[in-house]
Design a protein around this ligand. Structure first.
Ligand SMILES: Cc1ncc(COP(=O)(O)O)c(C=O)c1O
Length: 477
């Protein structure tokens, strides 16, 4: 990633959180006519994406695990982004897909992803979904006994043996339980394995967990606690078997991760009344005011991280459990390592572009910049978008500096695109474009909604060679 200073000149946080940008993003932002042509043709808000970083991220991940001489299948968690371009890319690169709904499974099969490279981890699975997976040869990750009974019924009526994995819970790290609402307790797994073997229509092909958060140590503990279970249920004949460690591979969004601590210190100072607010109504964004005790954390993705992506994976595989590394244990057990990264594979793949509609003042005299986009179009499960959007001017006619807040299209007082205060040193006017950075992983799609019947943003893909072509993703056709 590189950064050109000029594209940050028109908008930044009063205390900045400057994003990392891919070169294709920089090229796009520096090409005002192209951005205007794209939004004129496809509308705004618009999700502009490139699959090139996706390919690069997949290659880096597979090469990293190759170093450990392990059978490995990453399964792209497509809940993180709905576009079919990524499905096609994953298919062509020979990796798998992790699916979370009937539509996701159906689309993957229709795009020609082989069933044995699709895993279904949907949080709730009904009979049509189970039947689709069974017919398509998709591996079903079972979460509970009701699902098991439902799939046994589906398999009894169907001709084929269904591939199954079991989702696990009940891991412990340093004596403390790792809570999860998902999965079977570890001690129930041998009984379930025996039940599956007895009935013969469901084939237990692997074990699975997906842990909340991004801790490598949690994964190391969970793998260590799963390996003895695999040895127990697999017995002596030991055919193909996978251990799927889910997603949660972390990534870093900031150009300078050190900015996070500066920003946090400024937030704390503002909350303590020691400086002017940097958030709307001096909102703590989840952080508690005052000193002493737990300062709380900001309700945003941890945008500043140093142990990310392949370094994080290496940390896990190099960790020791007893006299050997985790990688050596997996190798000796002849277990195929699977994982389900979503966000981290989409690092660098997208931006969301929206038009400024107005600049006014609220009842307290604070500038409000109205942007034609709603907050669900740049949110994951976290409340705050903790990155600076960039602005590309609609014209060279500029005005006085403005400091204010970005409001979206939904009609509530709470509809802010970010609660962080932004500064526009050269003013902000209708027709200017706001660019929300690195949104392909969850931010553009995970919560997107059509309240007020606004249309959803469309999704176009551009080429890294910066030709003028842009292709509408098939999900929008
Ligand atoms: C079961 C499962 N697998 C994979 C993922 C992807 O996680 P991430 O995008 O953090 O890699 C998720 C995310 O919620 C998940 O629930």
């Amino acid at each position: 990633m590189s950064a050109s200073s000029s594209i940050f000149d028109y908008c930044q946080g009063v205390v900045p959180l400057r994003p990392r940008l891919e070169q294709w993003m920089v090229d796009l932002l520096e090409n005002r006519p192209r951005l205007q042509a794209l939004t004129a043709e496809f509308g705004a808000p618009l999700n502009i994406q490139s699959a090139d970083p996706f390919q690069r991220n997949i290659t880096a991940l597979t090469e990293c695990v190759d170093d450990f001489d392990l059978p490995f299948l990453p399964m792209f968690a497509r809940k993180a982004n709905k576009c079919l371009t990524y499905v096609d890319t994953a298919r062509d690169m020979g990796i798998g897909i992790d699916t979370a709904s009937h539509a996701e499974v159906e689309q993957c099969l229709a795009q020609g992803v082989p069933g044995h490279r699709i895993v279904c981890t949907a949080a709730v699975k009904d009979e049509p979904l189970m039947a689709l997976c069974a017919a398509g040869g998709v591996t079903v990750i079972l979460d509970n006994f009701d699902e098991l009974a439902l799939l046994e019924g589906v398999a009894k009526d169907g001709g084929q043996v269904v591939s199954v994995g079991l989702r696990l819970n009940g891991f412990v790290r340093n004596g403390a339980p790792l809570y999860s609402r998902f999965g079977f307790p570890l001690d129930q797994v041998p009984g379930i394995a025996a039940r599956l073997a007895g009935a013969g229509k469901l084939r237990l092909d692997g074990l699975h967990f997906h842990l909340n958060g991004y801790s490598a140590e949690d994964r190391i503990a969970a793998i260590s606690q799963t390996l003895p279970l695999i040895a127990e249920i697999r017995g002596a004949d030991g055919g193909d078997f996978f251990l799927d460690i889910g997603g949660g591979i972390p990534m870093n969004y900031l150009a300078d991760a050190g900015q996070w601590n500066d920003w946090l210190a400024a937030l704390d100072a503002a909350l303590a009344g020691q400086r002017a607010p940097i958030t709307q109504h001096n909102d703590s964004l989840g952080r508690k005011a005052g000193s002493g005790g737990d300062a709380g954390s900001v309700d945003s993705y941890p945008v500043a991280q140093s142990l990310v992506q392949t370094r994080w994976v290496r940390q896990i595989l190099n960790a020791t459990d007893g006299d050997r590394t985790i990688a050596a244990h997996l190798r000796e057990a002849k277990v195929s390592l699977h994982c389900e990264p979503g966000r981290s594979l989409l690092d660098g793949c997208g931006v969301t572009v929206a038009r400024v509609a107005f600049c006014k003042q609220d009842s307290a005299g604070v500038p409000v910049i109205g942007v034609q986009m709603n907050r669900t179009q740049s949110r994951s499960g976290f409340a705050e978008f903790a990155l600076d959007p960039m602005m590309v001017p609609g014209s060279d006619q500029r005005g006085a500096a403005v400091e204010g807040y970005l409001a979206g299209t939904y009609c509530t007082e709470s509809e802010w695109l970010t609660r962080r205060k932004m500064v526009f040193p050269h003013g902000v006017r209708p027709g200017d474009l706001m660019i929300f950075p690195n949104t392909a992983g969850y931010l553009m799609h995970f919560l997107e909604s059509r309240s007020h019947q606004f249309p959803l943003a469309r999704n176009v893909f551009v080429q890294a060679d910066a030709t003028d072509s842009a292709t509408l993703d098939h999900i929008d056709r």
